[in-house]
Design a binder for this molecule. Structure first.
Ligand SMILES: Nc1ncnc2c1ncn2[C@@H]1O[C@H](COP(=O)(O)OP(=O)(O)OP(=O)(O)O)[C@@H](O)[C@H]1O
Ligand SMILES: CC(C)(CO)[C@@H](O)C(=O)NCCC(=O)O
Length: 750
């Protein structure tokens, strides 16, 4: 959870919605082994990892909190509480550690050690900042953005590896440090200035009497600097065009105050605005000069001073753009204030070779369900969830590594009509879910304690995020259907509802498995292999109608009123999207070596659609890898559930049994837990298993329409889904219940 701070140094957490306040949220408590703290001249920033949810197996969450340095006692008490909780539980694992950086690591190191009773390792401040920044650039999607008034957050894809260097970091804390970073761990502090965040805080306190920095920022929003600054126009009466100065440029900060003849009346808010500009402009100019001097084009601005505050980012961006004549851009970061603490957290204290070898690789994804309400700030901050596995790009993705692949089909931030539709649809959907949970038509839920209360808490949390996204579409990164659906899953998990469709999935799977022998007998009886495969492909689409995510069908599915034949009969097959026959002809003539099938729903979809299709391919000699979500989302089948289903079917069916025994039918987790699919972020074990795949099959609306609709592969691919949503159909020029059955030959580009 990200914490905001108030002037007394207390941490204010805003995420708990009223109705959830008495529920212990599972991701916010748990064993803490290591805490990093960056104690600066103004603020102490704490980063720590909780490893709580056993179901995540190696997962965890990186939390960010800040305290005023003046309230260091409160900060130390907080750290003690975190580490005492960790020690109390099982007494196992490594001894707890505190890694401290910043000037306060030296000033308060002894106090920290004595009061917490834990060894304190001190890391260098500059080194930590660069380690933290490189980690964030490399690991966190949508961490980096540029700012412009009309496009407050334009996300910048940052390439991992050598390409990210060299860069310059301008860290605006109390004072300002400017670092040139040329490689991992290679940096030089090239400059600095004592006119920084502390300067603004102090001057404004002195001039306005206000102490809280947040209040100052708020005040500056309504201020008008031209009422205190001396403008070029005040001196020239207009532009000084010859040297490129406009009448509206500031000639002298605060210079208008003493010139009574100019007749300027001012308020504290005007002073706040002027001094904010003064510090930001000055830092921007010094940053540019240093970048120029050292031949560096990428300038990252960090430090808690920035706070995602639009006027600050505007001024820094303007200064860089103005002085570089449009050649350089100012880059901003979501976790701008936590570079030092993050770097200290990941700094290795000379790990033993054994420890280094046994360390598992992980990836981090941002979780905005716990983003705090920061109305004044465009960039929301999420917690960073540590995934149990390293997530990497599918090898067969064209341009995957180069960053050209965009999973999302529609950019909702750039399309107001689509955005309004999807936000309203998600609101409706949430209210529908709450009604179903209340009236018992969502069978059983996940059986967790307080399920009804948790469901209410989920509703309040998710609806609040939807409202915010309606107002600030890019607050949580690029806005897409994937982001909205993923956020819904995150909110459910956050209130402790890990699998609300568990019982619905179980029932549907049982019903589907009962029908499977009849269906296999029917399809096995179709003699020509190509005709049989074509039928099996069409059955995958029939199965895909059984989707709790589709509002139009949910009522019928919940009532058990949709049968497989009826579902198949409802589908329409526009010719331009129907390559079933061509695929079947090709795949039977020249069987594939290895196929990876990204599956979708449990029940009829996977049992009656996907499994018979996979069984056919395996019988032809193709090794089939069924790739399913690693953790629950909606009624999607998980890898664990699917492995169980395949095992059960193998007992009764010789085809599936032989495929399994011959290593031609495997199940593997994708590493994800959403209804959509980002092919850049797959469990590395799945990617390794599919290294030589020559066919990629993607099933379902979330995976093949909302995402990956335009994805291209180096090998052949088959996208299978039914348009079960009017807006998605309209956007693709299709009709509702049209089948998407697109077979594409591999692109030659590797
Ligand atoms: N809520 C807040 N309370 C106090 N200062 C804030 C707040 N929000 C932003 N700031 C600004 O952030 C600055 C501190 O930034 P940061 O935490 O990055 O630096 P620091 O580590 O304290 O300083 P240094 O690195 O120079 O020792 C403050 O001086 C102030 O300008
Ligand atoms: C002293 C530090 C490094 C502490 O973080 C910072 O506040 C800073 O860089 N101040 C500016 C000092 C100068 O270079 O003029």
């Amino acid at each position: 959870m990200f914490g905001n701070i108030n002037s007394s140094g207390a941490v204010i957490d805003e995420i708990e919605s009223g109705s959830a306040s008495d529920i212990v949220l599972p991701n916010q408590t748990g064993r803490v082994q290591k805490v990093a703290v960056d104690i600066g001249g103004s603020l102490a920033k704490v980063v720590y990892l909780t490893a709580t949810d056993a179901a995540l197996g190696g997962g965890g969450r990186l939390h960010f909190k800040a305290f005023e340095t003046d309230s260091i006692d409160g900060c130390i008490a907080f750290i003690k509480q975190l580490l005492d909780g960790g020690r109390g539980q099982d007494g196992q694992g490594d001894a707890p550690v505190i890694v401290a950086t910043g000037g306060g690591a030296h000033r308060f190191g002894t106090q920290l050690r004595e009061q917490v009773g834990v060894e304190v390792r001190v890391e260098d401040e500059m080194q930590s900042m660069t380690t933290g920044l490189s980690f964030l650039i490399r690991e966190v999607e949508d961490e980096v953005f540029t700012y412009a008034q009309d496009k407050p957050m334009q996300f910048v894809s940052t390439c991992a590896g050598e390409d990210m260097f060299p860069y310059m970091l301008v860290n605006i804390g109390s004072g300002v440090s400017i670092l040139k970073v040329t490689g991992e761990g290679q940096y030089e502090r090239i400059s600095g200035t004592s006119l920084g965040g502390g300067t603004l805080w102090g001057l404004l306190h002195e001039l306005t009497g206000v102490r809280s920095f947040d209040e100052m920022l708020e005040m500056s929003k309504s201020g008008d600097n031209t009422r205190v600054d001396m403008m070029v126009g005040d001196i020239y009466g207009g532009d000084y065009g010859k040297i490129g100065l406009k009448a509206t440029n500031i000639a002298a900060t605060m210079g208008g105050v003493c010139r009574t003849a100019l007749g300027k009346q001012h308020t504290a808010a005007d002073v706040a605005r002027s001094l904010l500009y003064m510090v930001s402009n000055n830092v921007g100019q010094i940053a540019y000069l240093n970048a120029q001097l050292h031949g560096i084009r990428r300038i990252y601005f960090g430090g808690y001073f920035i706070r995602g505050h639009p006027p600050t980012m505007h001024t820094l961006s303007y200064a860089i753009d103005f002085w570089s004549r449009g050649q350089m851009r100012a880059l901003f970061l979501r976790h701008e204030g936590f570079l030092g603490a993050t770097g200290a957290f990941f700094a290795d204290a000379a790990p033993s070779a054994k420890a280094a070898a046994s360390r598992r690789r992980h990836s981090f994804t941002e979780n905005f369900s716990v983003a705090q309400e920061q109305r004044a700030h465009v960039a929301a901050l999420g917690a960073l969830d540590r995934q149990p596995a390293a997530l990497v790009a599918l090898a067969q993705l064209v341009d995957g590594a180069a960053g050209a692949y965009v999973p999302d089909t529609v950019d909702l931030a750039g399309d107001a009509a689509q955005r309004a539709y999807w936000v309203a649809a998600m609101e409706r959907n949430t209210r529908g879910l709450l009604r179903m949970a209340a009236d018992g038509s969502l069978p059983g839920g996940d059986g967790s304690r307080d399920a009804a209360q948790r469901m209410q808490a989920f509703g309040a949390l998710y609806l609040r995020h939807l409202r915010r996204l309606g107002e600030q579409p890019t607050a949580y990164g690029p806005m897409s259907v994937r982001a909205l659906l993923g956020l819904r899953e995150q909110c459910l998990h956050e209130v402790g509802l890990h699998d609300i469709f568990a019982e619905a999935k179980r029932r549907e799977t049982e019903a589907a498995l009962a029908q499977l022998p009849g269906l296999l007998a029917e399809t096995d009886a179709v003699a020509p292999p190509a005709a049989r495969l074509e039928l099996l492909v069409r059955n995958v689409l029939a199965g895909n109608m059984f989707d709790w995510g589709a509002a139009e069908l949910r009522g019928a599915i919940a009532a058990g009123a949709l049968d497989f034949a009826a579902a198949r009969a409802r589908i329409t097959w526009p010719e331009r999207l129907d390559n079933a026959r061509a695929f079947a002809a090709h795949a039977t003539e020249q069987p594939y070596r290895r196929a990876v099938v990204f599956v979708d729903n449990s029940g009829a979809d996977v049992c009656l659609g996907v499994l018979p299709f996979a069984r056919f391919l395996a019988a032809q000699g193709t090794c089939v890898v069924l790739a399913a979500n690693s953790r629950p989302a909606l009624n999607d089948v998980t890898a664990g559930e699917l492995a169980d289903i395949v095992g059960r079917v193998a007992v009764a069916d010789a085809g599936v049994r032989e495929a399994r025994a011959g290593g031609r039918l495997a199940v593997c987790g994708t590493g994800s837990s959403g209804p959509c699919l980002d092919l850049r972020k797959l469990d590395e074990r799945l990617v390794a298993l599919c290294q030589d795949a020559d066919l990629v099959v993607i099933v379902g609306m979330g995976r093949a329409i909302h995402t990956n609709y335009r994805a291209r592969f180096t090998c052949d691919s088959l996208k299978l889904a039914v348009f079960k949503n009017q807006m998605a159909a309209d956007a693709a020029g299709a009709s509702i219940y049209d089948a998407l059955c697109v077979f594409e030959r591999g692109s030659a580009v590797a």
